[in-house]
Design a binder for this molecule. Structure first.
Ligand SMILES: *Cc1c(COP(=O)(O)O)cnc(C)c1O
Length: 244
């Protein structure tokens, strides 16, 4: 397959992110792009590496396992952004550089145990449910303060910030409210002494709103790699897909 469009897509999304930063009165250097390579094969990821990309978001542990094996020579940092079952903690502890979908105490415990065995520590973001949709994973906002406090016991988990998926709707005000809530939760946590500057929020369809609300990182799949060969229902099996 010809993936020469990757370079053009990458340049285009970086330009659009920079534009959104300027529109929000922010410096483009404050907002990173995490390319989301889920469903795309190792040959596509290899082309993205050739463009200078070295961090990739994946939604399923199985895909990290398959691709990391085939791309071991590329020095890729794999970032887990999808719902993570506790029994997959072992592979994540071995293969991921970061987990953005930490959303419950049992998962923290399981990751810590496996990371300890591997002798590793990783960066983590806590995924918060800012949408009222039943289907979205994430910690309820009210549970965040106690959860952040409890994570202090795990020296293998470097908590760096928060992550969310906004509600799937055409109403920009509702989407923006999700992003705003995440920023406010982060600011409150910083006031309580947690060093968690990062906000991972915004995807191909809604990143300008996320940047306006303070995203430090946007997770971009479709706008870089094109439409996915699988429907999003495959990734959000309980329905309720995020904006396109
Ligand atoms: C797939 C996915 C993205 C990227 O979505 P696009 O709309 O393709 O940019 C971002 N975050 C998570 C958690 C995802 O699963």
């Amino acid at each position: 397959m010809d993936h020469s469009h990757l370079a053009a897509n990458w340049a285009d999304i970086r330009r659009r992110v920079d534009e959104a930063c300027r529109a929000a009165g922010r410096d483009p250097s404050e907002v990173a792009i995490l390319p989301v390579s889920k469903t795309f094969g190792p040959e596509v990821v290899r082309e993205a590496v050739a463009l200078g990309l070295h961090r990739f978001g994946e939604n399923k542990v199985q895909e990290i396992r398959d691709k990391s094996g085939l791309l071991a020579d590329c020095g890729i940092a794999w970032v887990m952004i999808g719902h993570l079952q506790t029994n997959k903690a072992r592979d994540v502890a071995r293969l991921a550089s970061e987990v953005q979908s930490l959303d419950r105490p049992e998962l923290a415990e399981a990751l810590h145990r496996r990371l300890t065995m591997e002798g590793r520590a990783i960066d983590v973001l806590v995924q918060v449910k800012t949408s009222r949709e039943e289907s979205k994973y994430g910690l309820p906002p009210a549970a965040l303060p106690a959860f952040l406090d409890s994570l202090r016991q795990y020296d293998t988990l470097r908590v760096r910030g928060l992550m969310t998926l906004a509600i799937h709707t055409d109403d920009p005000a509702e989407v923006r409210a999700c992003f705003r809530q995440l920023r406010e939760l982060r600011d409150a946590a910083i006031d309580r002494g947690h060093d968690i500057p990062r906000l991972s929020m915004g995807m191909s369809g809604d990143f300008p709103l996320a940047i306006a609300e303070g995203a430090t990182e946007v997770r971009i799949g479709t706008a870089i790699f094109g439409r996915r060969p699988y429907p999003d229902a495959y990734y959000w099996p309980e329905g309720g897909t995020p904006a396109p």
